[in-house]
Design a protein around this ligand. Structure first.
Ligand code: HEM
Length: 498
């Protein structure tokens, strides 16, 4: 029997044609109205997973290829999430600095929300609470000697402990990853809790393994974001257990600090936070601090400071092994300015441009935070003429900005001279050297890091030459697979006494 539609339609049009057209038009209208207009260009991707499969196996290389193809600003779907990636200095500056009111919120990753670590944290917090905590932390850190001689002598001391360990090895090959992680943690322990741990301390060794695993587990692409049931998997349960163990360790220190606190004699960041917490309570400040907040803030210093410092130091060693003539030049400068027995000081930096340029070159080649991120939380924002929808993470590809041949001559070569004047006597900084990020959320530990890397490098170069152990290959320069932090590989090195 004929349907009503068929009765009034010409014979060559069937009902199924009409149904197909109606569905097609509906999908078109849905897509037209739902998909934001005038987005930055980018690859199309697939339904549900977006461009995620295209980012593997190495997201950093894939992001760089996309930047070559689509230019300074591109948009990409990572699973259901739209992400904007900025890949040149001017565009990044435009967003993070010129439009800082819009682009200064951190992207709070799901695992942070899930573990409630956004409560009172330094890194994982936004808005007025973050602003006040950052201002207070920066002021307190400066008070504890960021850029000052008191902290410098502690770093010198840690450098000497490290050298004593090397001396004991007597040139035997060694994997330095754990030892350097311990040394870097000791610097954060000094600032945060006025203590240091011996390299053979077993209990602290366990804490270090936990911290290392936690830090190395931070991924740009969180698998559980794409497959939520994974939050209940063994891997995430183990992670939650490790966070608890790390917090218990800090809580023990907090209890000791509370019991021995003398507000007239502030020993470290923990004391300073405790006094500030009390002050806010006494003055009924609308923003209150909590003990959990103190623990999370100190934990953030460990998270942001230990892996970054120790891995940058590992990259310093790797490049010295690969460029022995550069190591020799640094040793010559150290011998001339500091001498074999002198105590290194940041006051000597001006007389040691080659060493400083080398350290800058390492942080150009291997910026520990390869990708930095913000989260746009306001509607109606335009960047470079494109619409950026509310709730879009906006990434900055620091690795690309510092390593693309578009911006740097022969970028894969380690050439400290690119940061030196023609006569080699003066440092010539470049504005697109941004290993510490830029804008309002720029790294809080920049001054400490520069001091630490300089003192450590000089202390070690006074006493040792790094050599590749006989029969070992050169350490690889592979890029990290996680795509966020540029961890150095494990490799063996011989520290030969000079
Ligand atoms: C090689 C060493 C380091 C590198 C390359 C590094 C790099 C960075 C980068 C790129 C950011 C994000 C900046 C942005 O988004 O614009 C950052 C943030 C941060 N860094 Fe570092 N960092 C290093 C060492 C440290 C140390 C030693 C500390 C601790 C004292 C530290 C504490 C922080 C904190 C607390 C933040 C968050 C700031 C905020 O969100 O307001 N960093 N770091």
């Amino acid at each position: 029997m004929e349907t009503a539609a068929e009765a009034i339609l010409p014979s060559f049009i069937e009902t199924r044609h009409i149904v197909t057209v109606v569905i097609g038009v509906s999908i078109f209208l849905l897509v037209y109205f739902l998909i934001p207009k005038n987005l930055p260009p980018g690859p199309l991707g697939w339904p549900l997973v977006g461009y995620l499969p295209g980012l593997f196996p190495d997201p950093l290389v894939s992001f760089s290829k996309l930047a070559d193809k689509y230019g300074k600003i591109l948009s990409i779907r990572m699973g259901p999430q739209l992400v904007v990636m900025l890949s040149d200095y001017e565009t990044l500056r435009q967003a993070y600095v010129s439009q800082a009111d819009e682009f200064s919120d951190n992207m709070i990753m799901s695992w942070v929300l899930e573990s409630k670590r956004d409560v009172g944290s330094l890194f994982w917090e936004n808005g007025e609470k973050w602003r006040q905590r950052r201002r207070f932390s920066l002021k307190t850190l400066r008070g504890f000697g960021f850029g000052k001689r008191s902290l410098e002598s502690r770093i010198n001391e840690e450098g000497r402990f490290f050298c004593q360990e090397m001396e004991r090895l007597n040139g035997q090959p060694v994997v330095l990853n754990n030892l350097l992680f311990n040394a870097s943690s000791n610097i954060i322990c000094t600032i945060g809790m006025a203590c240091r741990y011996d390299y053979r301390d077993k209990a602290f060794g366990e804490q270090l393994s936990i911290m290392m695993e936690l830090i190395e587990g931070v991924r740009l692409l969180e698998p559980a974001n794409i497959i939520p049931p994974l939050w209940h998997s063994r891997w995430y349960k183990r992670r939650r257990g490790m966070f608890k163990a790390h917090e218990d360790f800090l809580r023990e220190h907090l209890e000791h600090h509370k019991a021995t606190l003398d507000p007239d004699n502030i020993r470290d960041m923990m004391d300073a936070y405790l006094v500030e917490m009390q002050r806010r309570k006494d003055t009924n400040d609308p923003i209150q601090h909590t003990e959990d907040g103190i623990i999370h803030s100190i934990s953030d210093l460990f998270g942001a400071g230990t892996g970054t410092l120790s891995n940058t130091t590992l990259w310093i060693i790797i490049y010295m092994l690969r460029y022995p003539e550069t190591q020799k030049k640094i040793q010559e400068e150290v011998d001339r300015v500091v001498g074999a027995e002198g105590v290194p000081s940041t006051l000597q930096r001006e007389q040691m441009p080659y060493t400083c340029a080398f350290l800058m070159e390492i942080q150009r080649l291997r910026p520990l935070a390869a990708i930095i991120f913000r989260h746009l939380r306001v509607p109606g924002v335009k960047l470079c003429g494109y619409n950026i929808p509310k709730d879009t993470p906006v990434f900055g590809n620091v690795f690309y900005i510092q390593n693309s041949p578009k911006f740097w001559d022969n970028p894969i070569e380690c050439r400290p001279e690119r940061f030196l004047s023609a006569d080699g006597k003066t440092l010539v900084p470049r504005k697109d050297w941004i290993p510490f990020g830029l804008g309002r959320r720029m790294c809080l530990g920049e001054a400490l890091t520069k001091m630490e890397l300089f003192i450590f490098t000089v202390t070690v170069m006074q006493r040792f030459t790094f050599k590749v152990p006989d029969g070992d290959p050169l350490p690889p320069l592979d890029l990290p697979t996680g795509g966020l932090v540029m961890y150095a590989p494990r490799f063996r090195v011989s520290c030969v006494k000079r």
